[in-house]
Design a binder for this molecule. Structure first.
Ligand code: PLP
Length: 396
């Protein structure tokens, strides 16, 4: 904990223990490229010896994220998947994980195709259904894996409820906090043991770096995860650590602007006759609207929506001008993606459809464009669907 604890989150994004470099007064964390460090005495080695184990630039990022998540130790990895995969190495052969069914596609692949080969079992559940979660518990259940709001259907899991359940069976709770970041949700305060991030998304925020983070609040767990980070070695490079540190400084303003625009866009889409359904926790008809309000400080800036047909999706994507059509989310520019063929391509079609990730679903991560411009752009693209349908009907 630092002297800045008394300040609000947005102030703490800028004023933390790494605000000023103690040797030079530099107001930006220096990028330390050295892989190894001279030891001045044969009897006593310094704090740094080799940069896989500890590097001052990476350490600054690890300190910053730990403080923002309310943990005691942070770890920076070369990608979100590296952070998630390393955290899974806390488990051993014979252990069982209860995991949310609409988990990120890469995590799905890791659990089903890699961990399974090492004897780590899993059961997918709808985490919003506590009875289903309870039924999935086995004698060897050692971890619960939550993603909330989930990807891409924005289902909200009661973090506290799952953590309490996990504690009863002496299992750990992992929470992927990529969608909300500590600006809006702090799972450790709700009882979670490990918070995970794809820092590629909102934390860095500019679609220019791949990075992952993990934070814990328990000393023993910190030792274990630190040992695994050093053993597996999937650490974040120093240039990338610096980019994430810089991105974090503007996290609050970016997320606030994007979230406000997302609220407007969701309202627009929900009343549009060509939009079948909108998934966004801020909507009063979202099944966990109340829960999102209780456990997070906002609904976030990602929403999904369904159109009537695959043809409509095709026409919409072809005609929409502002968002980039791409995988990923949480950037300054709006990103429109097609989960069936992008984030969830690793999931077999039958599994996808069972989870409601249909071929008519689009996901939108709202960026920093003017919300009015985005609405205008979407409105025009939706009109193209209508015009096309009319032309088609006349042609018949
Ligand atoms: C992108 C993402 C990941 C994976 O992170 P990478 O940085 O791409 O490895 C994990 N979880 C969620 C929710 C994501 O959006």
């Amino acid at each position: 904990m630092t002297e800045c604890d008394e300040f609000s989150f947005e102030t703490r994004l800028l004023h933390n223990q790494h605000k000023i470099d103690p040797t030079t007064g530099a107001v930006s964390v220096p990028i330390q490229h050295a892989s190894t460090y001279h030891q001045f005495s044969i009897d006593q080695f310094g704090k740094y010896d080799y940069s896989r184990s500890l590097n001052p630039t990476r350490e600054a990022l690890e300190d910053v994220i730990a403080e923002l998540e309310g943990g005691i130790k942070g770890f920076a990895f070369s990608s979100g998947m590296a952070a998630i995969s390393t955290a899974f190495l806390l488990l051993s052969s014979g252990d069982h994980v209860v995991i949310t069914e609409d988990v990120y596609g890469g995590t799905y692949r890791m659990v089903t195709e890699v961990l399974s080969r090492f004897g780590i079992e899993h059961t997918f559940v709808d985490m919003t259904n506590i009875d289903q979660v309870k039924k999935a518990i086995k004698q060897n259940t050692k971890a619960f894996y939550i993603e909330t709001p989930s990807n891409p259907l924005l289902k909200v899991t009661d973090i506290k409820e799952i953590c309490n359940l996990a504690k009863k069976v002496k299992a750990l709770t992992f929470v992927d906090n990529t969608f909300l970041t500590p600006a809006l949700q702090r799972p450790l305060e709700l009882g979670a043991d490990v918070v995970l991030h794809s820092a590629t998304k909102f934390l860095s925020g500019h679609s220019d770096v791949i990075a992952g983070l993990a934070v814990v609040k328990d000393e023993k767990l910190a030792k274990k995860l630190g040992f695994l980070q050093n053993s597996f070695g999937a650490i974040l490079g120093v240039q990338d650590a610096w980019l994430v540190l810089r991105g974090i400084k503007t996290l609050h303003v970016r997320l606030e602007q994007s979230q406000n625009s997302a609220i407007k866009l969701a309202a627009f889409l929900q009343t549009h006759p060509l939009v079948k359904r909108v998934y966004y926790p801020a909507l009063v008809n979202h099944p966990q609207n109340y829960l999102q309000k209780a456990q997070a400080e906002g609904p976030g800036a990602v929403l999904s929506f369904e159109l009537e047909s695959e043809e409509a999706v095709r026409l919409f994507v072809k005609n929409v001008k502002l968002p980039v059509f791409a995988v990923s989310l949480g950037a300054v520019e709006s990103i429109l993606s097609y989960p069936a063929k992008m984030s969830h391509a690793a999931m077999p079609q039958a599994e996808r459809e069972k989870r409601g990730i249909t071929n008519t679903l689009l996901r939108l991560s709202v960026g920093l464009e003017s919300p009015d411009d985005l609405i205008k752009d979407f409105s025009t693209a939706l009109t193209h669907i209508l015009t096309n349908q009319l032309v088609f009907q006349q042609g018949e």
